[in-house]
Design a protein around this ligand. Structure first.
Ligand code: IMP
Length: 473
């Protein structure tokens, strides 16, 4: 008799420590060579994992796990919010690069909730409405929050399973129901077509973020072209039904067969709706806990890798104690980091707000996720800075806090406690092992390790796949 299905202790969970954009895509892509299956358990079209393969144009994954280009099996768990339009665009782009997406290399959980154009509309409308009270989240406008809202209603929803099983008339009825529900919400918020138009036109960023919705579905009278939604969904039903499957069962079987599984997180711990800076968070679970919930599996994940940048960034609204701004403008160092680190959103092209590394927030992430190794990314971006501030605690009302604030508004009020470390003022990008890094850069990594009590296993010192230092032992 076998008492345990934990036949393989080599599964890995990879989760963002900060506000997303830590460089998980690069780590996932590099490490995926050692794994048989790459699984997404949260997020959706809001995330963007940029993978740079030498000699090729960078590829940005949004909906599909990062293992397609490296020839792995990929799975999308039930914890994701899946937009089949975006997934399809991505599948086409991969096919053009000679890596077609097929039911052999991608399984989509039949339990995943689907993001429809109505969810995109609701995202936009909610942002307008919240903006009236100064409470915008600054979402990516990809309908993630609303997909989780309709999931929680348990009435106006559509999962892959419903798409697969509905007859065309049932599907029409279901989509109309979601559309009506969303339009009722819009009415309650007093959002008109003009408001929606103005929100889409508000800035270059909002134009970029809403372009697909506008081009493909926006209707100047009725908000959404309902016929088009049905037509597209019927195409997706035909195309993607063969991809729908029981991810929980497949992963559990794979585990029992000794297959190695990589769980690829989206966004970061501080954007988690339960453990992050709520309500300025995303809708799906971003922490290690999401692996079990978002895939329907419960076997042991031996490696729990946190990924953080050597500094911090945040996109969208929300408190950011170490942000490098003064009187509403970026400081010189902030502008330098944003520019050198190319800190502009992979999905939305929005500029990311830069800040000093915040180890107090990272400690919270370490506890929440049980990280037992850490990847520190983009250390090369700091190469030319003379001194580096690192936040090691917060004070609120003169008192030092014991743990990360539970009220997002406090983040605007806390005073970071900094330690200042010397910069290394040298090129780190050519180093291929830890000892080749300048001593002060090594000290910076060791400081992180000491504060977090988690070994720094990987250090990324450039965009290329090969610029990833691994520490052994
Ligand atoms: P949503 O996920 O689009 O609802 O956006 C909620 C918050 O999460 C906003 O502040 C977004 O900017 C942020 N966000 C969502 N996805 C990402 C990501 O992949 N990287 C960084 N921030 C993200």
């Amino acid at each position: 008799m076998t008492y345990s299905t934990d036949t393989n202790l080599n599964h890995i969970g990879i989760v963002g420590v900060q506000h997303g954009d830590e460089g998980k895509g690069k780590i996932v892509d590099t490490l995926s060579e050692r794994y048989d299956i790459v699984v997404r358990f949260g997020g959706g079209a809001n995330s963007g994992h940029t993978v740079v393969v030498e000699g090729q144009e960078p590829f940005v994954y949004h909906a599909i796990p990062c293992g397609v280009l490296s020839g792995k099996k990929n799975m999308i768990g039930n914890g994701c919010a899946t937009n089949l339009d975006r997934l399809h665009d991505e599948a086409e782009a991969l096919a053009q690069r000679g890596s077609p997406v097929t039911p052999e290399n991608l399984v989509i959980s039949s339990r995943t909730h689907l993001t429809t154009p109505y969810h995109l509309l609701l995202d936009l409308a909610e942002e307008v409405h919240k903006g009236r009270f100064g409470g915008r989240v600054g979402t990516t406008m990809q309908g993630i929050g609303p997909t989780i809202e309709t999931k929680a209603y348990r009435s106006a929803f559509i999962r892959a399973a419903e798409l697969r099983n509905d007859t065309p008339s049932e599907l029409e009825h279901r989509l109309a129901f979601i559309g009506d529900e969303v339009k009722r919400r819009l009415k309650g918020m007093d959002i008109t077509v003009e408001h929606v138009l103005a929100a889409m036109d508000k800035s270059g960023e909002s134009k970029t973020m809403t372009r697909k919705f506008r081009d493909d579905y926006f209707d100047g009278e009725n908000f959404v072209d309902d016929k088009k939604v049905l037509e597209r969904m019927l195409q997706h039903k035909e195309r993607y039904t063969p991809f729908f499957g029981d991810v929980s069962l497949l992963l559990t079987e794979a585990n029992a067969q000794g297959k190695r599984i990589m769980f690829e997180g989206a966004q970061g711990t501080l954007l988690d709706p339960n453990q992050g800076t709520y309500p300025k968070t995303t809708g799906t679970t971003t922490t290690m806990a999401g692996i079990h919930e978002g895939t329907g599996t419960y076997f042991y994940i031996a490696r729990r890798l946190g990924v953080m940048k050597a500094y911090a960034t945040r996109v969208g609204e929300g408190g950011f104690p170490t942000e490098l701004v003064e009187n509403g403008s970026l400081t010189e160092v902030g502008a330098y980091i944003q520019d050198t680190g190319k800190e502009f959103g992979a999905t939305t092209k929005r500029p990311r707000r830069p800040g000093w590394l915040d180890l107090f927030a990272a400690k919270h992430a370490c506890r929440v996720n049980g990280f037992n190794e850490m990847g520190v990314m983009k250390i090369d971006v700091l190469d030319k800075l003379k001194a580096l501030k690192v936040c090691v605690g917060y004070k609120l009302g003169g008192e030092e806090l014991k743990s990360f604030p539970d009220d997002e508004r406090d983040l605007a009020r806390v005073e970071p406690i900094y330690e200042t470390l010397p910069g290394w003022n040298a090129d780190t990008s050519k180093a291929s092992d830890f000892e080749e890094l300048p001593k002060k850069a090594r000290d910076y990594a060791l400081f992180i390790e000491k504060e977090l009590k988690v070994p720094v296993r990987y250090i990324s010192n450039g965009e290329k796949r090969c610029q990833l230092i691994t520490r052994h032992g």
